[in-house]
Write a protein that binds this ligand. Sequence first.
Ligand SMILES: [Mg+2]
Length: 238
Amino acid sequence: MVNEFLNDTKEYNIFSYEDYKSSSLALKLKKIELLNEYYKLIYKKEDKLPVFIDFDGVILDTMEDAKVLLQQHHDLDWNTISRDNAEQQALLANFFKSLNWHTLLSGTREINESINFLKLIKDSVIYKPTIYSAINSLEESNEKHEYIEENIFGIDHKFTMAHTPKVSDDKRSILIDDDNFNLNNWDGYPVHFDSKIESIYPTINDLGELYFLFYYHDDNFCINNELKEEYKKIKVIH
Ligand SMILES: [Mg+2]
């Protein structure tokens, strides 16, 4: 069985992060599909790695669309908003509450095959993914819930009110997020999803990269060595 699998994968070096990064998105998906099969042969994990995945700016490009609407309707530039400016924060809260999330979710660009990657991560034997989103209104919560059920049926999700730090009670938990506030407050392993700005955190551009950064080997939780060095600079890890 293992030999059959290895024959199938001879043409791809599925374990190389370098090769992965230079592949097209279609090939990346294929490689992750093969890695799923590989892990199924090797591991039957009861104790999966918890991975929390932000929604806006990681799965869908809703923030980019929201920024355009904010400029159009309120003449407010997203880049000039300060967390300490109460007036701006109140306007922002109202803006997000009044957004038509149904239209936004159905019209917004999916980021780098996020849905297909999430389906693969959901089927993996080593990761336990949860979509973790900050929400501003009941309508947003309902629409996101419906979107997730429709597009990635069966994946866990967790919604908390906006401006509340995201939390997990498992110290090994990985958070993939594009927002510094969420990453700064995360107790486990923060991973910056590419937001085109410099980050002190390790950065990824597609969700498949997860497989090369955190994985199981010989029944142990492993963290990519380069990544380990990066984490040592920002926080104490064992
Ligand atoms: Mg976000």
